[in-house]
Ligand binder design. Structure first.
Ligand code: PLP
Length: 394
């Protein structure tokens, strides 16, 4: 099908709430995407941090298709080898105790919130259910995760939202201290805020959160939907901070392109949810778990994580070395890179696409890169050359 026909189908039949870019990818390899008109693009997006091993990775395809040939789905009424193996890998890599699965980041956060509230209910009864979140956070699109998201723009139209979320500014220890009271059960945040502009927690702040959680018997929830599974050059971003949460939500890069989310549970809450209190039809089914196992095996290799750190440093150093007035700051960790710009970030992304580079935006003024973790230096250089040209022209 040519690009125009694909676009027409979308415009005629799909609910129009995405501002789509002018591209209809039909195939690709690693960080190179082929458009329906045959033109190639460098991919600095990986489907918003999802295609960890790039496009059409053979190991990943084999893992998924081998499993598909055996059994594609069976429901959580039964045991599944791939799902169990995935839980084992996640638990061992994180130092946490148990995992449960779902299908997306928002759903993982719903599971995390339910766990935190149930933990508190079991110990303290009703009324201790508030969760402190950060201003400018992003936790998903369900009613509850929108309510947990610290951006007013998401708190419109769909009333009533789930109650019980308070917001404090990132890295402000005093504000956090002041927000804690007897109705709070948890603190929830992203180690690096992704959607609002690649804003990291400071290590001191992360340690203070952990301390306050221990002192007040609050659960610490890290939303690692975007930062997890090697994205920042460690398996989990919390490993940079040396702070292990009680609950960690995952999705995006875990599945390598298939929809899977996970919630990791620490010692305090590993048994909080009892039979019948949570569940899912699809979550962590054998096929997606097989793909996620292939991702975990690759990412866990020390050389792999080191290469993510090296490539991230290379990109940040390159952008900084251009010395452009348009660039305010370059930040991030590993292959989660934010370039704060003085010009319109949306215009930068649009022009990059016209010139053959897929790139993301975040927040009000950040151009964001989340390339496949397997991107090679040739692809990086081709992408950076396009970005440089665009930024220089702005
Ligand atoms: C930190 C974070 N949490 C949650 C979500 C929601 O994930 P999903 O779109 O898979 O529901 C996202 C998506 O961008 C995210 O970046």
């Amino acid at each position: 099908m040519d690009k125009e026909s694909i676009v027409k189908l979308d415009k005629d039949y799909i609910a129009q709430f995405y501002g789509r870019m002018e591209l209809a990818p039909i195939s690709g390899k690693n960080a190179t995407v082929v458009n329906a008109d045959g033109r190639e693009y460098v991919d600095f997006t990986s489907g918003i941090g999802v295609n960890s091993l790039g496009i059409a990775d053979e190991g990943w395809i084999n893992a998924v298709t081998d499993q598909l040939k055996k059994i594609q789905h069976i429901s959580n009424y039964y045991y599944s080898e791939q799902t169990g193996l995935l839980a084992e890998k996640l638990v061992k890599a994180s130092g946490m105790k148990r995992a449960f699965f779902c299908n997306s980041g928002a759903e993982a956060n719903e599971g995390a919130i339910k766990t935190a509230r149930k933990y508190s209910f079991d110990k303290y009864g009703e009324g201790r259910n508030r969760i402190i979140c950060l201003t400018n956070s992003f936790h998903g699109r369900t009613l509850t995760t929108l309510a947990a998201t610290g951006q007013d723009v998401f708190h419109q139209f769909f009333f009533p939202f789930t109650e019980g979320f308070d917001f404090v500014p990132i890295n402000d220890i005093e504000a956090l201290n002041n927000a804690i009271n007897s109705s709070v059960c948890a603190i929830m945040c992203e180690p690096i805020q992704g959607e609002s502009g690649v804003n990291p927690l400071s290590p001191e702040y992360a340690k203070e959160i952990k301390k306050l959680c221990s002192e007040n018997d609050l659960l610490l929830i890290f939303d690692e939907v975007q930062t997890g599974i090697g994205r920042t050059g460690r398996m989990f971003a919390f490993q940079h901070l040396d702070v292990t949460p009680d609950i960690c939500s995952l999705a995006k890069g875990l599945g390598g392109g298939l929809p899977v989310g996970a919630v990791l549970l620490g010692e305090r809450c590993e048994c909080t949810l009892a039979p019948g209190q949570h569940g899912t039809t699809f979550g962590g089914n054998p096929a997606v778990a097989a793909g996620a196992n292939a991702v975990m095996e690759r990412v866990a290799e020390p050389e792999f994580l080191k290469s993510v750190l090296d490539k991230g440093e290379y990109i940040r150093a390159a952008v900084s070395s251009w010395g452009l007035d348009t660039v305010v700051e370059v930040r991030g960790a590993g292959l989660m890179v934010g370039v704060q710009v003085r010009c319109s970030h949306k215009e930068v992304a649009k022009k990059c696409l016209e010139n053959g580079l897929m790139i993301l935006t975040a927040g009000k003024d950040v151009v964001r890169m989340l390339p496949p973790l397997t991107i090679n230096y040739d692809e990086i250089d081709r992408g950076l050359e396009i970005l440089h040209g665009v930024l220089r022209s702005m």
